[in-house]
Design a binder for this molecule. Sequence first.
Ligand code: UDP
Length: 337
Amino acid sequence: MRALVTGGAGYIGSHASLRLLDEGHEVTVVDNLYRGHRGAIEALRRAGGDRLKFVEADLADTDALARALADGRVDTVLHFAALTYVGESVERPDDYFRVNHAGGISLLAAMRATGVQRIVFSSTAATYGEPAQDAMPIVESTPQRPINPYGASKLAFEQSLRDACAATAPLAAVALRYFNVAGADARGRIGEDHRPETHLIPICLEVALGKRPHLTVFGDDYATADGTCVRDYVHIEDLVDAHLCAFGALETGKLKCWNVGIGRGYSVCEVLESCRRVTGHAIPSVMGARRAGDPPALYANPAAIARDIGWKAKWTELDAIVATAWDWIRAHPRGYG
Ligand code: UDP
């Protein structure tokens, strides 16, 4: 396969690129390095040698994307590049639509210009918004009613993909709706380095490393077993597997959508306990207020993706997932530097 990976210097895109390189494929990474890391590209280069091409370009630059598609003789696009912070999306909605929606349209234009038809898109459970708690676990037909510009901009691009699949010279597309992605390459070559870091597991691990004094738990008065929010944590390697399964399901003229989660939720307290076990550190915590826009519980029903394309999570133990994140962060306390 000759793949173009947008956002390949970011957390999820770099893990997908690494897997493709490990399996002998040719990969062209396009990333503007706004939040991606040159260090991730260097790690990919060590793994893939000449089979990795890196193009520093913005999604808005349709011509640069078209050149990258043509030069790499690309047959399949994996589209990860995006802005991904919910809180920031509320403050800067225009940027989220410009990058996540208009940027995607620019990519589609480049694909049309070069005759590339296959695309797997990184969508999100945030497109579901705050489903009624009796609608848990979430299935693909659960109504998509995003409650912030991040989810809305991702849903807008799902719709554009659907239209592109129905157009003249139709595309073949898959949208994977991720739940909470966690962990790192099990061989420790790359990991998660967000600036700023807002995610629960890396924050707990940064406390264990001494980089933060404590974890603030965002509310313990939710209607869940221990009062803290419940989420579905899927290991990054399982998530990448879902993309590999999706390639076989690409079908001209169709957008297919699947949830990617393990199908069970862990509360914030359970995650904290897991991080304490894995690190052997006390990880102090303080109780804080609820964070705006946090639904009590969000977890997937992964039956459709198992039935349709045979994907099933292999990493089902939270401690094992956390351990891969801990191995990387401990070896790279300043991330990519
Ligand atoms: N959370 C928390 N303290 C933090 C960061 C996150 O209590 O410092 C909670 C957050 O409210 C949510 C869960 O941990 O219930 C997972 O949050 P994260 O930001 O990792 O992912 P999200 O579910 O928002 O995509």
